[in-house]
Design a protein around this ligand. Structure first.
Ligand SMILES: [Zn+2]
Length: 615
């Protein structure tokens, strides 16, 4: 274990391709360059887009690449050095200055672009290859044409954007970090308490921890949380009304390139079929834990057959590369470049950001770089996280090369495609390896962990989304929208419990919900409205895609590479058509749930000893 950690500690990323450090004079000179570029841009193109669209898009690409390099670097630099005040100050100062410059000089661009006449645009599409290439980007912007406000208003909103409802998220991180939970005489933070809930094998200890968390979140914290959520929903409602959106999810759905009807089908199918599979799984879990009814604190409890094998980082790297080798030499080469070029930061360190992420950038000049942050300890889950983040990485690189800085980011709802796909390849690899070794306990542990993570990504996120829909004014039967209301902590508690019961069963059926009523209060995603359903969408879409890999055999790789290459240039229907899949149909989502969650639960049930009633 010690040597595993020692080796992992050496896996640090090298950001040198961006800047040498925050003192690098290039950083300040790039900010100056950025300021000059945006000012020249506005002088050259304001009011003249019909005549100069081609050159404007070319210059805009350069601006986008430079701003991505600067902000990308500062974010990455901060991510491994969170307590460094100088880095924090530099990051915040640059952010402020850059949004002010963007607000002042660039706001006109999108506004004027969406107002261009069809004929003028058509001429540009036909005569200029760069404009033609960026047609999907232009057309996607034009979807929002009637939702733009006047330029002075848009400019003011842009300048104020670092202080908008989303900044509650930042405030929250800080307040949340300060909450102390007094558990059995020791002071613990929220991360430590969540860790205890996931790791403790003692059901009573877990229940006591859950009560401690719920009590700790209640009181002042839940009041802050209720007020911030009201401000998020209320300010959004005002802005949505001004922009002429018909309902609170419309802007997000349009940005995701998903029709409202598909979003509804997703929510309904997950709530019904996903909910019933979830209840079936937790019945099995209760049996394994030897408990007649689960308490909410048992939801993420470890199973008695947990796998404690520690996989050294180098082996994880080999596993991930080998799992890609099974279907794509091109992707394998990119995956290997992450290790060779030191694009990964692996160890668990106090001053690092929690969790894991990938961040890809198209630099000035067109080169694409991608960095991955992990907190690697060596369990199976960490190997799958590595595969997940490198999935984002290969997606970023392939799409960046093909589409450039404006169109390489896939929309939120399917930016998880390559990552979930990568995770599935690593899961399949680890599973086959355990089947060959005959280690049934570890195999069951792996399958069960995958079931729980799928439930948490699909079913739990739709539960969160249902709560969020209610928060923004949807009625209890999810049929109609009204204005968001100011709700007390007790009212939010009641909605939270109702949305949980819809998926996890009535009180006492599978779970009891004691001491879980305030858990809505620490979900950071609620500060970025309607983000969470994208997780469920991406996971199920990718599971359906993954199932096609077997069916299509050698035909799969080129289709998959095309999908990755398309970045944000296609909507979900176009994206899936080459695979013979159609996200508009109920059947698509049902199949997505059945081939993933359904199949895994079948396997777990078959591998589990029969319950007493069945003997
Ligand atoms: Zn991801």
């Amino acid at each position: 274990m010690a040597s595993t950690i020692d080796r992992t500690n050496q896996v640090r990323w090298d950001l040198g391709i961006l800047y040498s450090d925050i003192e690098d004079p290039q950083l300040d000179s790039d900010l100056g360059e950025f300021a000059g570029m945006v000012k020249r841009f506005s002088v050259a193109y304001r009011g003249k887009l019909a005549q100069l669209l081609g050159p404007a898009i070319r210059d805009y690409l350069e601006i986008e690449a430079l701003s991505g390099k600067i902000t990308g670097y500062l974010f990455l630099r901060e991510s491994t050095d969170l307590s460094n005040a100088a880095v924090k100050a530099k990051h915040a100062g640059f952010q402020r200055e850059m949004s002010a410059l963007q607000g002042e000089h660039l706001t006109f661009f999108e506004l004027e672009l969406v107002q261009l006449g069809d004929d003028a645009l058509e001429t540009w599409y036909e005569s200029d290859p760069i404009v033609a290439k960026h047609r999907p980007w232009v057309e996607h912007l034009r979807v929002f044409r009637r939702h733009f406000l006047s330029e002075p208003v848009e400019s003011a909103l842009m300048k104020r954007s670092t202080f908008n409802a989303g900044s509650w998220g930042e405030f929250f991180d800080e307040v949340e970090a300060d909450i102390e939970f007094n558990f059995r005489g020791a002071s613990k933070n929220l991360t430590e308490m969540v860790h205890l809930l996931n790791e403790s094998k003692d059901a009573d200890e877990r229940a006591e921890a859950m009560k401690c968390v719920n009590d700790g979140l209640g009181g002042p914290f839940a009041k802050y949380a209720a007020q911030t959520l009201y401000m998020v929903a209320g300010s959004k409602a005002v802005e949505d009304r001004e922009r002429g959106y018909a309902h609170p999810m419309e802007a997000r759905n349009k940005a995701n390139r998903i029709p409202d009807s598909v979003v509804d089908v997703l929510h309904n199918t997950v709530t019904t079929l996903g909910g019933s599979l979830t209840r079936r799984y937790y019945k099995l879990k209760a049996r394994h834990l030897g408990l007649p009814v689960l308490r909410w604190s048992d939801r993420n409890a470890p199973m008695p057959f947990s796998d404690t094998t520690v996989i050294p980082f180098d082996e994880a790297a080999d596993i991930v590369a080998a799992s890609y080798e099974s279907f794509s030499p091109r992707l394998t080469a990119i995956v290997k470049s992450f290790f060779a070029e030191r694009r990964i930061d692996a160890p668990v360190l106090k001053e690092k950001r929690h969790g894991a992420f990938n961040s890809s950038h198209v630099l000035p000049g067109g080169k694409t770089v991608s960095f991955t942050l992990l907190n690697y300890l060596g369990c199976n889950k960490d190997v799958m996280t590595l595969a997940h983040e490198l999935g984002h990485g290969v997606h970023g690189i392939i799409a960046g090369e093909a589409q450039g800085p404006l169109m390489f980011h896939a929309p939120i709802a399917y930016c998880e495609t390559a990552s979930v796909f990568g995770e599935m390849t690593a899961f399949t690899f680890l599973k086959d390896r355990l089947i060959r070794s005959g280690d049934k306990n570890s195999l069951l542990a792996l399958i069960v962990a995958k079931i729980e993570s799928t439930i948490n990504t699909v079913v739990r996120q739709i539960g969160l989304s249902n709560f969020e829909r209610r928060l923004h004014g949807m009625d209890a039967s999810y049929g109609a929208w009204t204005e968001p209301k100011k709700r007390s902590v007790e009212e939010l508690d009641a909605i939270w419990l109702q949305t949980a019961r819809e998926l996890y069963g009535e009180e006492g059926e599978i779970f009891t919900y004691d001491h879980s009523s305030h858990l809505w209060s620490y979900i950071p995603h609620f500060h970025g409205p309607f983000y969470v359903y994208g997780y469920a969408f991406g996971e199920l879409l990718t599971q359906s895609l993954f199932a096609q890999r077997r069916r299509l055999g050698a035909k799969f790789e080129p289709l998959y590479l095309d999908l990755l290459r398309s970045g944000s240039t296609k909507d979900v229907v176009e994206l899936l058509a080459p695979f013979g899949l159609d996200a508009r149909s109920d059947a698509f989502w049902k199949d997505g749930i059945t081939v993933s969650l359904g199949a895994l639960i079948d396997e777990a049930e078959q591998m589990s000893p029969p319950s007493r009633g069945e003997i």
